[in-house]
Design a protein. Structure first.
Length: 158
């Protein structure tokens, strides 16, 4: 069952959490949740940038449906889930499709495995919705299906 709380996600971070969020496959971090994420855990951005440039982080290829796991503090992990595609044409960003749910499922399965193996609780924003363009009600169903026996807290930013 998903627990909802309101506030700043980073006020609730403590050892033993994994923080999943959706990334695009163009190595663009400039809006939405990634802005405060970089302020608190710049290492997540630095590692994502290396992953994008190298195409491989030693564990996962840099492409849709894959997740990079970055320990930003002892027992605090950020999961960079690539489930969004966009491209730039005529000087403006145009998403070919806001969110690929099938790729999100693959990413979420990986996050769930990491959480189970390491006994982590999941602390997340409403990933996949808002700027990523997905339907939160559908993502919520995926959470129920994929992370059904995990401690999941969704923080709604106020």
């Amino acid at each position: 069952m998903i627990k909802y709380i309101q506030g700043d996600l980073f006020d609730f971070v403590e050892p033993g959490v994994i923080i999943p969020h959706v990334c695009n496959n163009a190595n663009k971090w400039g809006r939405g949740f990634v802005v405060p994420l970089m302020e608190h855990y710049l290492k997540a951005r630095i590692e994502f940038d290396k992953w994008a440039k190298d195409g491989w982080d030693g564990q996962q290829p840099y492409k849709l449906g894959f997740t990079q796991i970055v320990e930003v503090e002892p027992q605090v992990i950020v999961a960079n889930m690539i489930a969004q595609v966009f491209y730039v044409r005529d000087g403006s960003i145009r998403q070919t499709r806001p969110l690929y749910y099938n790729k999100l499922v693959s990413c979420m399965e990986h996050v769930g495995e990491v959480a189970r193996v390491n006994n982590l609780r999941i602390l997340a924003p409403k990933f996949g919705s808002e700027l990523a363009g997905g339907d939160w009600k559908f993502v919520e169903c995926l959470i129920d299906d994929i992370w059904n026996n995990l401690d999941v807290t969704i923080v709604e930013y106020k």
